[in-house]
Design a protein around this ligand. Structure first.
Ligand code: PLP
Length: 391
């Protein structure tokens, strides 16, 4: 059975060209880029090239890119740096729908005495900018709000947020792990101070990330030790993966139009057909601007896990929420924050597409999912009641 992989917000396939580019840096060109000899020097050149490629995708300058081990590290580095840079400021602003990489850290800091404001979202997953305006004050060290949500794909109005944050002199960080490579970004014309990205969401390997740090923004390193990354992130560089990330960013730039046209058209067709064929299906985040590849659907009176298992039998790999929450039967914190009723939140499925998905795959999902939902509703007492009431 050939799998249909529509779980790209969890992780992506490493692109063949990315793998080809990183491969020599394990067994042949394995030098340490810090070494003075020619062997290290040629690796350093490729690391420099990778930095330029990442910077180009972000509209940033290469000096503004710090390589890290993952999106989680970039998020931690940004927030921890801000509170060290502004020791007198004891307030942090984030939102209730952030990834645990941000939310858990902020909640841990709250236990250590920081005042943490978690902004609410409305039913469409959007922020109320008046709530943000009222929350930012002279005590705010950092505002950390995600660019795009991993579960619903909802995109926050980042530049409007940035303008509000800057009025009070706080730092502005965005977790753009799901946005980079999917929508165009331009740091040169942005108010973002720090931005996190992760390689495995854009067809590079797992275990490589980067932090964009605007020139002139004060910074304290999260990892200290050697002088790597201009003293901003100690530790011998993960050279092969850095080179892979550079290539993946170059390809993401090339495929950006495809992502925003062909992939979006696939997602839109999936959304239209499934909502037409399945009664009582709602689009989580449907009223908001969303990533072109993401579709989160809620089906009343069915269990997301049961849907996933039946889809998996047909070779369809989707997700019932973020990868971190699947495996637990708690409804996702994102859907709860959006006020999605309990009975729907439990039956939510996320399809996240990539440039590898085809029309034929979308046809197959459109064919296979409606009978799966019908069968599950018929099997559950609540579902039967619901079907009887809606007939
Ligand atoms: N932030 C968001 C929005 C994510 O979706 C993820 C991963 O799912 C992360 C952060 C964490 O990235 P990483 O897996 O590279 O640590």
């Amino acid at each position: 059975m050939k799998e249909i992989y529509v779980d790209n917000n969890a992780t992506t396939r490493v692109d063949d060209a990315v793998f080809a580019e990183m491969r020599p840096y394990f067994c042949e060109l394995y030098g340490n880029p810090s070494s003075m000899h020619f062997f290290g020097g040629q690796v350093q050149k490729k690391v420099d090239e990778a930095r330029k490629r990442v910077a180009a995708l972000l509209g940033a300058s290469p000096d503004e890119i710090i390589f890290t081990a993952c999106g989680t590290e970039s998020d931690n580095a940004a927030i921890r740096s801000a509170i060290e840079v502004f020791p007198e400021r004891k307030h942090i602003i984030t939102s209730r729908v952030e990834h645990p990489a941000v939310l858990t850290l902020c909640r841990n800091l709250a236990k250590r005495g920081y005042r943490v404001t978690e902004l609410n979202v409305d039913g469409a997953g959007q922020l109320d900018l008046q709530e943000l305006k009222a929350a930012v004050d002279e005590d705010t060290a950092i505002v950390s709000l995600m660019y795009a949500n991993n579960e619903t794909g909802v995109v926050f109005p980042i530049e409007e947020i940035g303008a509000i944050v800057k009025e009070k002199g706080a730092l502005f960080h965005t977790d753009a792990v799901q946005a980079v490579g999917k929508i165009p970004l331009n740091m040169a014309a942005s108010s973002i101070d720090m931005l996190s990205l992760s390689g495995h969401k854009l067809h590079a390997p797992k275990g490589i990330g980067a932090l964009y740090l605007r020139k002139g923004v004060p910074f304290r390193p999260f990892l200290v030790g050697g002088h790597q990354e201009k003293n901003r992130r100690a530790g011998t560089e993960n050279t092969a993966s850095i080179i892979a990330l550079g290539k993946a960013c170059e390809l993401a730039g090339t495929f950006m139009d495809d992502e925003n046209c062909r992939v979006k058209a696939l997602r839109d067709r999936l959304e239209k057909e499934l909502t037409a064929r399945i009664p009582h299906a709602r689009i989580n985040g449907g009223g908001a601007e969303r990533l072109p590849n993401t579709l989160s659907l809620a089906f009343e009176f069915v269990e997301g896990e049961a849907i996933l298992l039946l889809l998996s039998e047909k070779g369809i790999c989707a997700s019932s929420g973020s990868a971190c929450t699947s495996g637990s039967l708690e409804p996702s914190h994102v859907l709860r924050a959006m006020g999605v009723p309990f009975t729907c939140a439990h039956g939510s499925i996320r399809f996240s597409l990539s440039r590898y998905n085809t029309d034929a795959e979308i046809d197959l999902i459109i064919r296979e999912l409606p009978p799966v939902i019908k069968r599950l509703r018929e099997m559950s007492p609540f579902g039967r009641e619901f079907l009887a009431a809606s007939n």
